[in-house]
Design a protein around this ligand. Structure first.
Ligand code: T46
Length: 140
């Protein structure tokens, strides 16, 4: 499951803006890790994996990023192009990520530390995983 929400945007054109999200408020989990992706050349595809347990919240801090989410039968394409949009992604969804502008920066908050064992990086393995009916079976 995923959710796209608008977070607060405090400010105006004269002073600029401030946005935020907090654990267990706008972001529905405890945040343990932040990472950010930047300097991605156009045409490069990132992502191409699903997570078994990891929950994530994503903000495009600058530029625009396309995230295609798939649950094995249906796909949704989401464009993040504003720092006050927050995309929450629950475990079990396959994602493909492309950066649409050279200056794009994607900030990701996650509920756990980096663990390669949590990744499913092969699409056929992903289909087997969700058909097996895991607890975190992703549905859009
Ligand atoms: C996701 C998308 C949106 C670390 O050492 N620590 C970390 O916290 C992360 C996230 C990655 N890594 C290592 C693992 C790889 O050797 O950094 C390298 C690049 O990671 P990856 O190829 O997974 O990068 P993306 O951009 O394809 O995927 C990342 C996240 O891994 C993933 O959770 O949802 O961003």
């Amino acid at each position: 499951m995923y959710k796209l929400i608008e977070v607060a945007r405090i400010g105006d054109l004269d002073r600029g803006y401030l946005s935020y999200f907090e654990s267990n408020k706008e972001c529905p989990f405890d945040i343990k890790r932040l990472y950010y992706i930047y300097g991605v050349p156009q045409g490069v595809e990132r992502g191409a994996h699903a997570h078994k347990e990891l929950k994530q919240a994503m903000v495009c801090m600058s530029g625009s990023v396309k995230i295609v989410l798939t649950d094995g039968s249906e796909s949704k394409s989401i464009i993040l192009d504003s720092p006050h949009q927050l995309l929450i992604i629950n475990p079990g969804l396959w994602r493909d990520v492309s950066f649409l502008q050279p200056n794009s920066v994607l900030l990701v908050a996650a509920n756990d530390y980096y663990e390669e064992e949590d990744y499913i990086r092969d699409y056929d393995d992903y289909l087997k995983y969700i058909r097996k009916g895991s607890d975190n079976e992703g549905t859009l």
